[in-house]
Design a protein around this ligand. Structure first.
Ligand code: SF4
Ligand code: SF4
Ligand code: SF4
Length: 454
């Protein structure tokens, strides 16, 4: 059995005070000054800190107000009912509908600690929503428990193989292998790092992303020829021929009419190269043609909010592409990467269940470096967190921590689904329930069709 893949996490505190969610409003004029004030019982010492900060008039007092964890203990226990919880309006204003405040702050926590975010107050949200939230995973097949669980001796592999696979093996008369086996690149996570969707980050951020990929044993797509020598570099060759695949193990081309000729020329110079073609998720006919023409892999992309060019969510568009390749009998030949709108560890698993072999992740890497998804940089406005000036080691640690937390969550989900191999997740729709299908096939015949109330 190969050595267990382990991501070494280490705490990496933020450079800026995170924007907190909750605060407690305190009406002091009616306070009875009871001896056992509930404020002393705050498990997070928020009120002790308040006293200290008030005494020292700290500059960050306003930010401190939102350190409350929202457990509601003090609100419920105050003998005079003086305390009220409120949500920070600055928190609510962060991000947008897809990259919302909870995703951003959860990603900050994971990048800081490398740990899975846990809510002590239970799950307060709805049980279905749009996009990935309309997919439920079947957690009824728990992997045989051992004394030290799935993070101990139990072996659950998140490795995948990237490259073209032969559909059959042929042998010579002497028993030796006749089939010319194409190059495979094994990566320990079904995740590679994508280029950023709205602008190229500064040179030190790009270098940090590559070095984090290197530490994790995965790859980062880059169109900067200066970074091609990095072991983790996966050069991106666009129409204007940026990127240099001469010394890389993996490279990606933007789709174009003569892309297979370009790949052939690159492989003549670098025979062990694994070539991926990047194309829109909805270009199913073109994807089929490329696989029949011998491409090693496809990177099918949606936009950064997870919407394909035909308006479908990435989860549905990946299923369409996966099923089209199956219908042609060619699915097993290629590696399929999918990208766009993947913001949580569960989205990785769900995208694989829909039919991808792996995902390309982009915006979460910036959020790990404290990005607030304010999009100022798209308009040339100053970045509130000075992303371009991040320290290299800080950035590498935060990205590795985020992937460490995602890896732990993948193990948890795979363990609960009874799947020991990430390779087996691909298209394993038997472990997923799609709410729209359930509603159509199970609920509608009994309760009637859903009527949207406006
Ligand atoms: S428990 Fe409420 S009323 Fe009593 S001292 Fe604390 S804040 Fe005041
Ligand atoms: S709600 Fe909980 S975390 Fe917040 S101040 Fe009160 S006791 Fe502390
Ligand atoms: S300006 Fe800075 S914080 Fe805002 S989206 Fe761009 S990188 Fe993120």
């Amino acid at each position: 059995m190969p050595a267990k893949y382990h991501i070494k996490i280490r705490p990496e505190p933020p450079r800026h005070k995170p924007i907190g969610k909750y605060c407690i409003i305190d009406w002091r004029e009616d306070c009875s000054s009871c001896h056992n004030c509930v404020k002393r019982e705050c498990a997070y010492s928020v009120y002790n800190d308040e006293r200290d900060r008030l005494q020292h008039v700290a500059e960050d007092y306003v930010e401190y107000l939102y350190e409350c964890k929202g457990c509601l203990c003090c609100v419920q226990s105050c003998t005079k009912g003086l305390l009220t919880q409120r949500v920070n309006p600055e928190y609510l204003a962060m991000g947008d509908d897809v990259w919302n405040a909870d995703i951003i702050s959860g990603t900050w926590f994971q990048a800081e600690t490398g740990k899975i975010p846990v809510s002590g107050a239970g799950y307060p949200g709805p049980f279905r929503g749009p996009g990935f939230d309309s997919i439920l995973t079947d957690m009824s097949e728990i992997v045989r428990p051992t004394r030290d669980g799935i993070h101990g001796r139990e072996y659950i592999s998140t490795h995948i193989d990237v490259g073209r696979k032969p559909m059959k093996l042929e042998f010579n008369a002497d028993g030796s292998l006749k089939t010319d086996f194409p190059t495979q690149v094994e990566i320990p996570l079904p995740v590679i790092f994508n280029m950023m969707p709205w602008h190229s980050p500064s040179a030190n951020v790009s270098q940090s992303i590559l070095d984090a990929a290197n530490e994790l044993g995965t790859f980062a797509i880059t169109d900067d020829p200066m970074l091609a020598a990095n072991d983790a570099a996966m050069p991106h060759i666009s129409k204007d021929a940026k990127g240099d695949p001469a010394i890389s193990r993996l490279a990606q081309w933007d789709d174009c009419p003569d892309v297979m000729e370009k790949i052939k020329a690159a492989k003549a110079a670098n025979p062990s190269l694994v070539a991926i073609v990047r194309l829109p998720l909805e270009s199913i006919d073109r994807a089929v043609d490329l696989v029949k023409a011998g491409v090693d892999g496809l990177h099918a992309y949606a936009d950064w909010e997870g919407v394909a060019g035909n308006g479908k969510h990435i989860s549905i568009a990946v299923r369409d592409l996966h099923h089209a390749l199956i219908a042609q009998g060619i699915r097993d030949q290629v590696t399929l990467f999918a990208s766009g709108g993947i913001s949580l560890a569960e989205h990785v698993i769900k995208t694989l269940l829909c039919g991808a072999d792996a995902v390309c992740v982009d915006v979460p890497l910036l959020i790990a470096l404290e990005c607030r998804v304010c999009k100022n940089c798209r308009q040339g406005i100053k970045c509130p967190i000075g992303l371009e000036n991040v320290d290299h080691d800080y950035a590498v640690h935060r990205i590795v921590n985020l992937m460490g937390a995602w890896h732990s969550q993948m193990l948890e989900m795979m363990g609960a689904m009874g799947i020991r191999e990430a390779r087996r997740l691909r298209g394993e729709a038997g472990r997923a329930m799609f709410f729209d299908d359930l509603e159509r096939d199970c609920f509608a015949p009994v309760f009637g069709k859903r009527v949207e109330v406006k």
